[in-house]
Ligand binder design. Structure first.
Ligand code: ADP
Ligand code: MG
Length: 710
């Protein structure tokens, strides 16, 4: 077992305990919920009354007024009251129900349904009175609402409008939104005052002008009739801000806590004379950049400590992260410890294996290779070597499996490719299982992440940035073209290869299925081979055997192949300096970070390189904007920032693993500006009020933490 230094345990203040106790009763105790309701709520992770207080509205609907149909504004949700003028049911391509609604303003609104049952359709007889709420959009004949929520009114019934804005909560199948809203409202009756609920010290709240928690919760669940809907929709109201800050703070603190716990463990202090690293450096065909030198020094200093390093190295594609990792490995090996280098895909892991074998082989150190596909005798001998203390292992996350036992793992290097999370990082610490303590961890991101986001997602790591590229690179020129101009591209490839250059043709598909991807790539390969007679072509996709892939890649690297047709498996790691042209099919289907990563496969040498982003038509506005970002910038950090603005953080970070997308009210794309305040509050709390830290985390992260037992 890893040794654990005694960590001081704070006793929660009485108020903290009371705050937790207040919301602890089971939801089934609320009037109207019962065991059936409790089951539904459990699906939303809501088990206690206090959980409902923190189940926050996604948005609000204004049904306090009725808008005349003639006054509807496209895009602005509104409520209308009208009579059914005409009904049309169609079945041409798919079922269709269109209902023309008229009111005294003389205008007509079409309600359009694609899914409906017979009873619903019968309900719309001409003359029926209907109260509908939805978003009007321009249609074939005037404005229409697609799938509005609606209610039929009896001929003489009054159309009762809401007194307040209606909060809309995230719900689950089988649980009507209004019922859920009713339960939340009922739970709020039990909301205690700030004397019990508030966890943030008054001085901190005043400094950052944050309303009290009880006030914020009441406001957000039931904004007054005159509340500014636009402010609320934008998450700008001070009461929302208060909750956003608290939620971000809770997540940030929980990461910091994990970090503290991790740092409290003992790690081997990896010091040596630097002789091995010196020999490695001497053999390099280049000088390190100043940025690389700085990061090597930061990492080296961490490794020499007896608290485990937890460091993230960020750097743009091609900034030279691998050699930095290799120098760290040399330091650990010289100190007599083992190093594991891990990558998320086999192809990338193979690339690292080649790089590390190239650097360490001449120094008498052969990396041990371990991937999921290594079975039988090779696997047994790899495991035996690691157990016997072989200094260097390279592979996929197979290296982290339970069966793999290291004799004295001192450093784990993880190339993250935005899909590795906190949990895996934690799992690593058990790999050091020896008297020597837990291993140091060096994480490299293949995708730069904006600073603000890194602060949120990686609050458990120190961050080093390699902020310059090695000299002598010519920026890649990026072109955006419709697929209708495919023939021109074929000509371009022919010209580039005639010039002695090499090219990539990358196939993408929306489907996650490797099989479909592979088939698309096979088809493209066959077509290109016909269109480009005389060129030596090869194919690489995820369904091929590792040895086949490796052979194709090696041939391409050696210049024996002119055109490599591939799926996105080549996203990371592939390094062929003579390749100067890349065509990406259906580029609009990929994320910006992924495109930037792919594009980084060219422009590795000194030749002028280009990347053609080919898109299928028609192209949506957002897709066009995204491709334009790429055309306009070669800077991964800038691209990541734009991607964050355009698409939110989930895409950048890989949502589930990091948990950052599971926010109730915060939205990192929108609220990243609050992160400095969050970091400041976190420092203040950890320093002065450690007793509230756990309460805050469990209040907001509740379920996940409870189950993970973290
Ligand atoms: P990434 O940061 O994207 O992982 P790599 O580590 O794969 O980048 O490095 C990209 C290429 O640049 C490799 O061929 C590597 O050998 C080379 N390289 C790394 N550092 C330097 C340097 N200081 N000068 C010149 N080339 C370098
Ligand atoms: Mg890399």
């Amino acid at each position: 077992m890893p040794t654990r230094r005694a960590a001081p345990r704070a006793t929660p203040a009485a108020a903290t305990a009371a705050a937790l106790a207040a919301g602890r009763r089971a939801v089934a105790e609320l009037p109207g919920v019962g065991p059936r309701g409790a089951d539904l709520l459990a699906r939303l992770g809501l088990e206690r009354i206090g959980d409902l207080w923190f189940h926050l509205p996604l948005r609000y609907e204004d049904r306090t007024a009725i808008t005349a149909i003639a006054d509807l504004v496209p895009g602005e949700r509104a409520q209308v009251l009208g009579r059914v003028g005409a009904v049309e049911r169609g079945f041409r391509f798919r079922p269709l129900l269109r209902v023309a609604l008229e009111d005294d303003s003389g205008a007509t609104l079409v309600l359009r349904f694609f899914h409906f049952n017979a009873a619903q359709a019968r309900g719309f007889e001409p003359g029926a009175r209907v109260l509908a709420y939805g978003e009007p959009r321009p249609g074939q004949a005037g404005l229409e609402m697609v799938h509005p929520s609606y209610r039929r009114l009896a001929a003489d019934a009054e159309a009762a409008t809401d007194e307040r804005l209606r909060p809309v909560y995230p719900t689950t199948q089988g649980l009507d939104g209004r019922r859920l809203a009713g339960w939340v409202a009922r739970a709020l009756v039990e909301l205690p005052g700030d004397d019990v609920l508030e966890l943030l010290p008054a001085a901190l709240r005043e400094r950052h002008r944050l309303p009290s928690l009880a006030a914020a919760l009441r406001y957000v669940h039931a904004p007054p009739p005159d509340a500014d809907l636009a402010d609320l929709a934008a998450g700008r109201h001070p009461c929302q801000r208060r909750l956003i800050v608290e939620e971000l703070l809770a997540h940030h603190l929980s990461l910091r806590r994990r970090r503290q716990a991790q740092r409290a463990l003992a790690a081997p202090a990896l010091r040596g004379g630097g002789e091995l690293a010196g020999r490695l450096r001497a053999a390099l065909p280049f000088e390190l950049t100043a940025a690389q030198e700085r990061v090597v020094a930061e990492v080296g200093a961490d490794l020499a400590q007896s608290a485990p390093m937890l460091r993230l190295v960020q750097g743009d594609v091609g900034s030279g992260k691998t050699v930095v990792a290799a120098l760290a490995a040399a330091q650990a090996i010289e100190a007599g410890h083992q190093v594991a280098v891990m990558a998320p895909t086999e192809l990338l892991a193979e690339q690292h294996r080649r790089s590390f074998a190239g650097w360490f082989g001449p120094l008498g150190i052969e990396p041990v290779w371990l991937a999921g596909k290594v079975k039988g005798r090779p696997r047994a001998s790899a495991l035996a070597a690691l157990a016997a203390g072989a200094p260097l292992a390279v592979g996929t996350h197979a290296l982290m499996q339970e069966a793999v036992a290291f004799a004295r793992l001192g450093l784990a290097i993880v190339d993250e490719q935005h899909r590795f999370g906190v949990h895996q990082r934690l799992a690593l610490r058990d790999k050091g299982a020896s008297g020597a303590g837990v291993p140091h961890q060096l994480v490299m991101t293949a995708t730069p992440i904006p600073r603000t986001l890194a602060m949120a997602a990686y609050a458990d790591l120190d961050v080093s940035v390699i902020d310059a590229l090695p000299p002598g690179r010519t920026p890649v020129q990026t072109v955006v073209l419709p697929e209708t101009r495919r023939d021109e591209l074929v000509a371009r490839i022919r010209a580039a290869c005639a010039d002695g250059r090499q090219a990539y043709w990358v196939c993408t598909l929306i489907e996650e299925s490797e099989q479909l991807q592979a088939r698309a790539a096979e088809k493209a390969h066959a077509e290109l081979a016909v269109a480009l007679p005389g060129l030596r072509t090869a194919l690489v996709h995820g369904r091929m055997k590792a040895a086949e892939k490796e052979a194709a890649m090696a041939a391409f690297k050696a210049g024996a192949i002119d055109l490599l047709v591939a799926t996105t498996v080549i996203e990371v790691g592939v390094d062929v300096a003579n390749a100067s042209l890349m065509v990406i099919e259906n580029a609009e289907r990929l994320g910006l970070a992924q495109l930037h990563q792919l594009r980084g496969r060219v422009g590795r040498g000194s030749a002028r390189s280009s990347c053609v982003l080919m898109y299928g038509t028609p192209l949506s506005l957002l897709a066009r904007q995204r491709l334009e970002v790429l055309r306009g910038s070669n800077d991964g950090f800038e691209i990541a920032q734009k991607d964050l603005e355009l698409r939110g953080p989930g895409e950048l970070l890989g949502t589930r693993q990091t948990g950052v997308a599971a926010f109730r009210i915060a939205d990192l794309g929108r609220d990243a500006g609050l992160l400095p305040v969050v970091a400041e509050l976190a420092d203040a709390l950890l320093d002065g009020h450690p007793e509230v830290v756990d309460a805050l985390s469990s209040r907001w992260i509740g379920q996940a933490e409870r189950y993970a037992g973290a």
